[in-house]
Each structure stands twice: as structure tokens, then as C-alpha cells.
Design a protein around this ligand. Structure first.
Ligand code: GUN
Ligand code: ZN
Length: 436
């Protein structure tokens, strides 16, 4: 297999947050109409105009031509449950009923390796079909669900974060661990997988209601002792959930305080949803350097509420973008962007295509402290790339033909595109998905 080649064609990458205005801030993007990405042993060796790079290229190097397409860094999904792939689109419930009726019964099945392994493979196939090359992933509470996922991701050479759900109360017995048993399993998984190849471990207490104080405390100790670990959980998604947390933790003055008391709020902590937060809580999250995963298709599907992105921005709180499948209805980042735009419209804060694609790539990489490796196309970055097709469908082709600027073309892609617009997905320097 050749380990070096050039991908030639239109290319877009972000260098900085483009800001919220209609046009990106000066210097925040790099767009090359006839660009070239020189890939070498899984990394980007050079990025330039093709004609400037050509004289530097070794004779006979393979050049793949993507004229009419658009290369971008692979998309990043900051919050998704692989074990919920097969309960997507389960009808008619809000969070707590949805968990009890659909989610927990399905997650019970992941006690069996024979069940977990094919779902992990199918999930990664779907992610790549959707243009996503990195995700922060909830497994189930069974260690074997985590092993199955990490084995599959490692074999494909993907950069992934994942963890075993910690849950020692208020869930079916087949899903609950114990405060210390859950931590022991977690420590073993960290030893086996954290830092192996492109994998990282994310501590995964499901959410406050399903962990005892003891379990939350022990999780906080793990994080304190190994600050390069990640942490993922849920926060303030649904009104019924918030009331339940207040009953279970009367000593805490708000939901976030539960996590703060146990040492779970840090710069590598991702809190999914954070819809119903005070500005004070947003400021505390910002001070800690944590991020909120905005999951628009999930929030609309479960009727959880409208996420106020600008209130977070005002508080200096980082927002990442996520699918939250299985409550989310679309694994593809383009679908996430479309829903984020629609939520924004209802709040009078529409999302520009610049902001949208920034968040899917460099913004999410920064929120997850992965921007040294992924999220942009630059020399030394890992070669994770999505090749978009702005003419993927007859309708998209018509709309693209009418677009007068790159901004308009991007906006059409984010509103009209879906996984048909993902022409190829490259990860670790290899083409891992090509549209049929
Ligand atoms: N809160 C606790 N668990 C879950 C989950 O699996 N999905 C969502 N959307 N919210 C949760
Ligand atoms: Zn979730």
C-alpha cells in the first residue's frame, strides 16, 4: 500500500473561530480553489496551492483529483452513544420515559460480546459514511462493550474517545455496577486503552441521578490523579430530570453543583445538553474550561428545549456540536448543522455556515483539546479528511449552481446536504469510506 499521495481539489480549513458575522474574520479561514494536501504516513506533510506544491513533489507520486468537490477536516462528534444505534427513532417520549422504555432495555444486550462487536463495527461504518472521523462515545456499563468499541476503532486507526458508563443506582439491575466495582473496571480499561494508538479514555458517569455520591467521588479522584483523562456526562437536559436531581441531592444548590462537589468539572469535561442553565452556571463551566455539547437533533426529538448558544458565548463557555444518537436523529454533521440553524432561528440567533463548519471541525477539536492532532488541514496534522460533494443530488447541484459565493455554497450544503454529500472519508491517511 502506498503511504504517500496527494489529494488535489478545492479545500477549506479554519485557522481561528470565524466569528458570528456574515463574513468570516480576516485570517480565520484558508480556502484554496485548486488546493493540494500531501499525505504521508497518516499525516499531512504539506498544504498549498497545487501549482506551488507540484515542484516539491516526488516524481511519480499518486495525485487523486477532486475537482468540483470540497475537502475539509474530518467532522468531529463530541457526544454520541454507540450502543443506541439501533434504538434511533423510538417514538413519542421525553428523556426519563425514553430511557426506561427504550434505552435501558437495549443497553442490557451489550453484556454479550457477540452482540456488542457487530454493533461497534456498524456504528463506525455509519460514522465514516457520515464524514465523522472522531467522536466522544458512550458505551454501556459493561466493560465488554468498551473493549468491542476500542478494538474496532483501533483496527481502523481512528482517533476516538470512549468510556464505560458508570451507574450504580436507579437503573435496571442488569445495567448497574457498584461504586467501587465500576471504578475498578474503569481503571482496568484505562490501563488497557488510554493512549493506545489514537484512543483516549473518557470517564463516563451517565448522569447524576444514576450514580451515588460514592461513585461520583471516586470518579472525581480518578480525574484528579490523571488529568489527561476525559470526562463525559449529561447536564440539565430536561425539566423532569432537573427536579429529580434536586430531590436526590438536596445539599447541592443546583445541578452543576453536584458535579462540582465531586470534582468532575474540568478542562476535559464535556457536559451534554446544558439547556436549562443559569448564567451563573454557564460562567462556572467557563471558568473550569469545560464545554457543553449542543445536540440539536436530540433536543428537538426528545422535546428537551432550545439551546441558547449565544448565552454560552457571552459567558465565554465553549460549545461543541454533537449528534447524541440514539436520541439524536442524524449521525451526519450536516444534519446536526441544519438542526442547529433551525434551533437558532427560533431564538433569533441563526447559525452561519462559517460558525457551523468551524464547530464541526476545529471548534470541536479545541473543545476536546485535540487541536494539536485533528480539526484542521495543516502541516503535521493527522490526515483525517472529509471530501464533500456539493452536487451530490440533482437538487443540491441546482442550488449549488445558483450560489454566488463560498459562503452560500456552504450554507446550501448544511441545509440540503446529508450523507449522500459525503463523497469520501479519509482517516489516518487512508480512504475508509467511498460513496457507492
Ligand atoms: N441522560 C442520561 N442518559 C442519557 C442518554 O442516554 N441520552 C440522553 N439524551 N440523555 C441522557
Ligand atoms: Zn447523550
Amino acid at each position: 500500500m502506498t503511504e504517500t499521495r496527494v489529494l488535489r481539489g478545492p479545500l477549506l480549513t479554519f485557522r481561528e473561530d470565524p466569528g458570528g458575522e456574515d463574513q468570516p474574520e480576516a485570517g480565520s479561514i484558508l480556502y484554496l480553489e485548486d488546493g493540494a494536501l500531501w499525505l504521508d504516513h497518516g499525516h499531512v506533510r504539506a498544504v498549498d496551492d497545487y501549482t506551488r506544491l507540484a515542484p516539491r513533489l516526488p516524481a511519480g507520486i499518486e495525485v487523486v483529483d477532486y475537482a468540483g468537490k470540497l475537502m475539509m477536516p474530518g467532522f468531529i462528534d463530541s457526544h454520541v452513544h454507540y450502543v443506541q444505534l439501533d434504538i434511533m427513532a423510538a417514538y413519542g417520549r421525553q428523556l426519563l420515559d425514553w430511557l426506561n422504555e427504550y434505552t435501558f432495555p437495549e443497553e442490557c444486550r451489550f453484556a454479550e460480546r457477540d452482540y456488542a462487536e457487530p454493533v461497534a463495527e456498524a456504528f463506525l461504518d455509519e460514522l465514516l459514511r457520515a464524514g465523522t472521523t472522531t467522536a466522544q462515545v458512550f458505551c454501556s456499563s459493561h466493560p465488554v462493550s468498551v473493549e468491542s468499541f476500542f478494538v474496532a476503532a483501533h483496527r481502523r486507526g481512528l482517533r476516538m474517545l470512549a468510556g464505560k458508563v458508570l451507574m450504580d443506582r436507579n437503573a435496571p439491575e442488569a445495567l448497574t455496577d457498584t461504586a467501587l466495582g465500576g471504578i475498578r473496571d474503569t481503571e482496568r480499561l484505562i490501563g488497557d486503552w488510554h493512549g493506545k494508538g489514537r484512543l483516549s479514555y473518557s470517564l463516563t458517569p451517565r448522569f447524576a441521578p444514576t450514580s451515588t455520591r460514592r461513585q461520583l467521588d471516586a470518579t472525581g479522584s480518578l480525574l484528579r490523579n490523571a488529568p489527561d483523562l476525559y470526562l463525559q456526562t449529561h447536564l440539565a437536559e430536561n425539566r423532569g430530570e432537573i427536579d429529580w436531581v434536586a430531590e436526590l441531592f438536596p445539599e447541592a444548590f443546583d445541578y452543576l453543583d453536584v458535579y462540582e462537589r465531586h470534582g468532575l468539572v474540568g478542562p476535559r469535561s464535556t457536559f451534554a445538553h446544558g439547556i436549562h442553565l443559569t448564567q451563573d452556571a454557564r460562567a462556572r463551566l467557563a471558568d473550569a474550561g469545560a464545554n457543553i455539547a449542543f445536540c440539536p437533533t436530540s433536543n428537538l426529538f426528545l422535546g428537551s428545549g432550545l439551546f441558547d448558544r449565544l448565552a454560552c458565548r457571552k459567558a465565554g463557555l465553549a460549545v461543541s456540536l454533537a449528534s447524541d444518537v440514539g436520541a439524536g436523529t442524524d449521525l451526519c454533521g450536516l444534519g446536526t448543522l441544519k438542526a442547529a440553524y433551525q434551533v437558532g432561528q427560533l431564538l433569533g440567533q441563526p447559525l452561519t455556515a462559517w460558525q457551523g463548519f468551524y464547530h464541526l471541525t476545529l471548534g470541536n477539536a479545541r473543545a476536546l483539546q485535540l487541536d494539536a492532532h485533528i480539526g484542521s488541514l495543516r502541516e503535521g496534522a493527522e490526515a483525517d479528511i472529509v471530501v464533500l460533494d456539493p452536487r451530490a443530488t440533482p437538487l443540491l447541484a441546482r442550488r449549488t449552481a445558483r450560489a454566488n459565493s463560498l459562503g452560500e455554497r456552504l450554507f446550501a450544503l448544511m441545509m440540503l446536504g446529508d450523507d449522500r454529500a459525503i463523497y469520501e472519508t479519509w482517516a489516518g491517511g487512508k480512504c475508509q469510506h467511498r460513496r457507492a
